[in-house]
Design a protein around this ligand. Sequence first.
Ligand code: FBP
Length: 550
Amino acid sequence: MQSVSTLEKHRKQYQPKVPPSLRQGINQVKLIEGAPAEAAKDRDLIRKSFPQTYGMPLLTFQSGSAGTGESKPLRVGVVLSGGQAPGGHNVIAGLFDSIRTMHGQSQLIGFLGGPGGLEKGKYLEITSDIMDAYRNTGGFDIIGSGRTKLETPEQFDRCIEVIQKLDLNAIVIIGGDDSNTNAAILAEYLKAKGLKTGVIGVPKTIDGDLKNTYIPVSFGFDTAVKTYSELIGNIARDAGSAKKYWHFIKLMGRSASHIALEAGLQTRANITLVSEEVEKKNLSLEQIVTDIARVISARADSGKNYGVVLIPEGLIEFIPSVKRLISRLNDLLAKHEAEFAKLDSTEAKIAAMAGWLDADLASTFKSLPQGIQLQLLLDRDPHGNVQVSLIETDALLAELVGRKLKSTPSFKGKFSSQRHFFGYEGRAAAPSNFDADYCYSLGCVAALLVRSGRTGYMASIRGVSKGVDQWTAGGIPITMMFNMETRHGHLKPVIQKALVELEGPAMKALEAGRKEWEVEDAFIYPGPIQYFGPSDVCDAITKTLELEQG
Ligand code: FBP
């Protein structure tokens, strides 16, 4: 019996498309140095923190003679960092194929289980057979991923031991904003210690919040959001058929609402909440609930006791009063760590915390259902973030809206809710053509950056809204994406997270449609990602990319 699905079998044969500059073969690519790159703000502080790697030039790759002289085998390490994102295996495939074409004896070492694998020296050499089994597949299972944060000199020194033992020319770190921030710090550290080993980043995250002028989108966003939009479309069709449920759908994306916004545009859900808008308008939980209840009542008046509400998973953190509460909880959890750990019941934990909080924040805390209170007290991730994927905002809103409608005498409709959380369903999906092509190309660019002996760069493909024939390849000094932010009470240089721009074209498109979509059944049913068929179906890009870059 076949050990992979028929689709996977055919999909393995897919040959990713690459930008024109890479089509003559990886040995026919030349590097053009541009002007020294500067950060958009906080330049002096960032320059001071990165004396070795700040102000390096922007790089562009064009077809032409590489002029690298006699080539030597390359030894490259690769790390998958953080949450899964569709296309990660293709980054590795692009890197693998490129370094093998540069020299037949080149080796790719995959560190197991994320950055922790690099620190502990746990690895697997990626052979052709291993690589071939993972081409164009989703997931990060080829070597696994992890969230270990590499940031201390002791950790970096342990990495150096591994790097020297394996005699690596470079390490490619495939990760989001936090992982690439740490990649830049590692690059600086290695250079300062006189090591020749380069550190190259690749922009990954389904959340879509690692983007700027040079990085049009992080990989994985396209496939993940198309997967969620398919599911939302199916639910909208079920809702319109059964006509008896309101569906509250929480969507992954951490702090940023790019996923919810894109899914709202793709499906025209009745309500799409955008966390950044909630913060800007200083909306309280009560106001959000009242507004959802208003739409439900309006639809009930025209006999529609059903609909779809999209909720970005980070919403709760953006409600100003809850944001203040979370920040205070973070301080108190750190301050009372030992005491808190000894409390064994939920009630005792909640009561203790309510006692430690100041009166106004204690009252916000007490107004939340017990399940949410407990979820806010759960452990933070290694980067200090509240684990928003564990907070059941869909349940919170469904419950509070239900209570609100019950106490609204003018509401004559019926309200029955279903709740969903779409996140993990999309993170390991088989990459769309866009992600398969984009990721493979990023892997090739990472290899070019390694061959040119660069460090502290992120692989960049631009022009991606226009079809692969218009794509261009290059390298961006990671430090130019930095700004200074307060983390754990200290001002630190970090890659600036790209939240939804309220004045941006994607948000404007939502604003233009949302009034009509609230009351009408204007749903669009995107259907599943297509891998074979007409290009306008298979190679379609997201609305966000089309609107922002098109
Ligand atoms: P990255 O930022 O590492 O790409 O992870 C994205 C993400 O999927 C978020 O959308 C989500 O909040 C988080 O990971 C969930 O983390 P975990 O995998 O640890 O449950």
